[in-house]
Design a protein. Structure first.
Length: 305
């Protein structure tokens, strides 16, 4: 947990910082509000808990708190306001401008550490909720919304690259999955989804995208040209089908079908939904031809058809 202490008094900074370290949290220090705002703006070390002294020159703690709350964060930092003034109206003012907690000097170490831990719990809850918003709960893969966002990021990178590069968007689904659920039950169906997800994830590099797109359908996005895509897809097809799926005393054979559209740099002005639709049409060609296979085509060739 990254904790930023903002205080112009060096002794108070050292004291407060020692409590942060005693709580086994990572300490960041700013001796004025402007340095604090620079640290907060650095996305690589954005603090999760911010301890702000009320009385500082040029910009006081209330003003700093207001400026922090005007910024956009993925995870909203937890702000603790510190003052030597008595509680009451001051506490109300601090909470009104966006502070989450308020503590009076001189700081009682054990109480302050407990309040840091409250802040940590709030931050961790935010992280959990954010993860649930972007992750499929059963498989742990990205969900549909997060997958589309990830693909847009990949496409933006492809548009900016200065070297020849192709990307592939793949739509796949488990063959006859409804029959698995109907015959063996949803517990077996869930086990198949989890195991398929692991096999797909292990087939691509960590920076590439694997997502559960809905039901038994998956979206994958990787860097590959047409020839490389065929090798990747055959590897995935075998990873899915070569070993059985087991649950309790059940064991069954599972296959998947894949539709893959190859995206070149000059295709990147098209909407992501066009690529998904194209890959989906290739998938249905495979399914209509018997399943347990894949089909690859460039986006340009599909647009010309």
């Amino acid at each position: 947990m990254q904790v930023l202490v903002v205080d112009d008094n060096e002794i108070d900074c050292l004291t407060t910082g020692s409590f942060v370290e005693k709580a086994n949290m990572n300490l960041l220090v700013a001796n004025d509000p402007y340095s604090a705002l620079e640290i907060i703006a650095n996305q690589e070390i954005t603090p999760e808990i911010i301890v702000v002294d009320w009385i500082m020159p040029k910009m006081n703690g209330l003003e700093l708190c207001q400026k922090i709350r005007e910024l956009k964060f993925t995870i909203t930092p937890y702000i603790i306001m510190v003052t030597s003034n008595s509680l009451g109206e001051n506490e109300q003012n601090a909470l009104d401008v966006g502070a989450d907690d308020f503590i009076e000097k001189p700081i009682h170490g054990a109480i302050f550490i407990s309040r840091l831990r409250v802040g940590a719990r709030i931050i961790n809850l935010q992280k959990k909720l954010l993860s649930l918003a972007h992750t499929d709960e059963l498989t742990g893969l990205l969900n549909r919304r997060a997958a589309i966002a990830a693909c847009k990021t990949h496409l933006s990178r492809l548009a900016r690259t200065e070297v020849p590069l192709s990307h592939c968007l793949i739509i796949s689904d488990i063959d006859f999955f409804k029959k698995i659920n109907d015959t063996y039950g949803h517990e077996m169906g869930d086990r198949v989804l989890v195991d398929v997800s692991k096999r797909l994830r292990n087939s691509l590099r960590p920076f590439e995208t694997v997502a559960r797109f809905g039901g038994e359908e998956f979206l994958l996005y990787c860097e590959a040209n047409e020839q490389e895509a065929e090798l990747i897809l055959e590897r995935m097809r075998k990873a899915i089908s070569t070993s059985p799926y087991t649950y309790k005393d059940l064991s069954l054979h599972v296959t998947m079908s894949f539709g893959c559209v190859v995206i070149e740099q000059n295709d990147t002005h098209h909407d992501i939904n066009e690529f998904i639709k194209t890959a989906d049409s290739l998938l249905y060609e495979v399914k209509n031809a018997g399943r347990d296979n894949f089909k690859v085509a460039t986006f340009a060739s599909m647009k010309n058809d």
